[in-house]
Design a protein around this ligand. Sequence first.
Ligand code: NAD
Length: 243
Amino acid sequence: MRLKRQAVKLKKYQNIVVLSGAGISAESGISTFRDSNGLWDEHALEDVATPEGFQRNPQLVYDFYNMRRQQLLSDAIQPNSAHLELAKIEKLYGEHFVLVTQNVDNLHERAGSKKVFHMHGELQRARCTHSGTSVVITEAFDGNLPCGCCEPANTMRPDIVWFGEIPYYMDEIEKALCQCDLFVSIGTSGNVYPAANFVDVAKRMGAHTVELNLEPSAGKNNFTEHHYGLASVIVPQFFNQIN
Ligand code: NAD
């Protein structure tokens, strides 16, 4: 009996972790943190992205995130080829691919990614400060939004991790970083911790580390491979070359 030969293409990497940042969504029309004329530019970070700012002026904070949530409903905001490529890679690698994002937009999901660790929360979620329960919300809301889980008024806040708060999914992310043999950072300036430190963890565990960004980031020296350009171009290029 003749054995049929099967062409099994070996993958170059077995376990991949991708960290995405605001730069991957820039070409989709969502301004990055540091872009001039962006939403962030008009507000002091301490006022709209800290628990103290929320305590001082909750309405300003509700309005700020309401505007950003509203922007996601616009037809002009669509995933770009970098988001689409990552959804394709997830299909190819299954549970051996972990996508961590600092972004609070929903463009990875809209591109088809099924499992996304939103370490800084999500614009389209509200969280009860009393019980911690998080619910999906696509409209504007403020302190008058009734809480579905407990009675006290004024408990719902944007489910965003502000500066000084602990990011979500840290255990899952750390586990993935310790197991990966490829770590790719896309569209992030490397200024926000602990995300900026992920490359060090992955590298210590022996992973190959790659930066895909418009320009060299603050932590560029921690990466062994770099590609600079638009995410919509360099992300598909990079993943095509390794698969
Ligand atoms: P950042 O704004 O600090 O850095 C963005 C990086 O992306 C920069 O290094 C820039 O050079 C690069 N970039 C810009 N356009 C690009 C493009 N077309 N292709 C590739 N790279 C491009 O963003 P960060 O490092 O993600 O940190 C900002 C924080 O603000 C995060 O915590 C995030 O939660 C929040 N944020 C989120 C969004 C979003 O959800 N889309 C947008 C702005 C800010």
